[in-house]
Design a binder for this molecule. Structure first.
Ligand SMILES: Nc1ncnc2c1ncn2[C@@H]1O[C@H](COP(=O)(O)OP(=O)(O)O)[C@@H](O)[C@H]1O
Ligand SMILES: [Mg+2]
Length: 253
């Protein structure tokens, strides 16, 4: 499986034009992700987080600044799981996950299905291989979508609020599952979330964005041992980090 690659954004500016109004969205963002690092972006709604991921993925160009990726060309080497990603409803979970291998890793469908089946088993989803997405719980669907994304084997993977629609209990389960998947595949990950607990639980480092136009107001390292058990959330170091991040989000850090 591909190990992660370094990714950096330098001096990123982006302004959208809406009618005849300028909408400054990002105003001088610098960020980095080391190979195999799990980096988080948190910030208020509308501050430019999804925009930042599209720029990192090379789907849009910044007005100023640049994205540097250790591997070129960047297009095709960075996977983006968009905010409203969905499994294809007419494909079983197995065939949805196999799609990551077919499209991302250019594997022939029979080989992709064999490998996908093994990975479903490795990640606790084998009982659901033949199920269609419409019959699965939200947590199962997101596990499937994430596994599909990781199996594409990209050296960097960008996740835009992948667990945003899940209730908090399911969410905590899928967070643990996601950490295990990341530890297995070791891509560089940039995760957008508006959930401070999720950022601390999953990330090695978290960037806090200001309100729009987004800029980085804080960068916080999360030096908690891995794998992180659910109980890590009540550890004093976790609670302190949470207070710090909430303060930065409120703008009184
Ligand atoms: N393609 C676009 N055209 C015009 N405005 C956009 C476009 N994409 C995003 N925006 C605007 O940029 C701002 C940031 O959006 P977004 O990056 O989705 O924020 P976030 O993901 O942090 O909630 C919002 O005000 C949004 O309306
Ligand atoms: Mg967004």
């Amino acid at each position: 499986m591909a190990a992660g690659r370094a990714l950096a954004a330098q001096g990123i500016y982006k302004t959208y034009r809406l009618g005849n109004e300028d909408l400054p969205t990002l105003a001088g963002v610098d960020l980095t992700a080391a190979p195999g690092e799990f980096v988080g972006l948190i910030g208020p709604s509308g501050c430019g987080k999804s925009t930042m991921l599209r720029l990192l993925a090379g789907l849009e160009a910044p007005d100023r600044g640049q994205v540097v990726f250790q591997e070129s060309p960047r297009l095709g080497a960075i996977g983006l799981m968009p905010q409203r990603d969905a499994l294809l409803p007419w494909r079983t979970l197995l065939d949805n996950v196999a799609l990551g291998l077919e499209l991302g890793a250019r594997m022939a469908r029979p080989d992709a299905r064999v490998k996908a089946r093994a990975q479903l088993a490795a990640f606790g989803l084998d009982g659901f291989a033949a199920a269609y997405p419409g019959t699965l719980s939200g947590g199962m669907r997101q596990r499937g979508a994430l596994l599909r994304t990781f199996l594409a084997g990209k050296p960097a993977t960008l996740l835009d609020e992948p667990l945003g629609a899940l209730d908090s209990l399911t969410r905590a389960d899928v967070q643990e599952w996601l950490e295990a998947a990341w530890l297995t595949f070791q891509p560089t990950v940039v995760l957008v979330t508006h959930d401070v607990d999720e950022a601390i639980f999953l990330c090695d480092r978290v960037y806090v964005f200001s309100r729009r136009p987004g800029r980085v107001v804080a960068e916080v390292s999360v030096d908690l041992p891995r794998p992180r058990p659910k109980a890590a959330r009540t550890a004093p170091a976790f609670v302190q980090l949470k207070e710090r991040l909430l303060k930065e989000l409120r703008g009184d850090g």
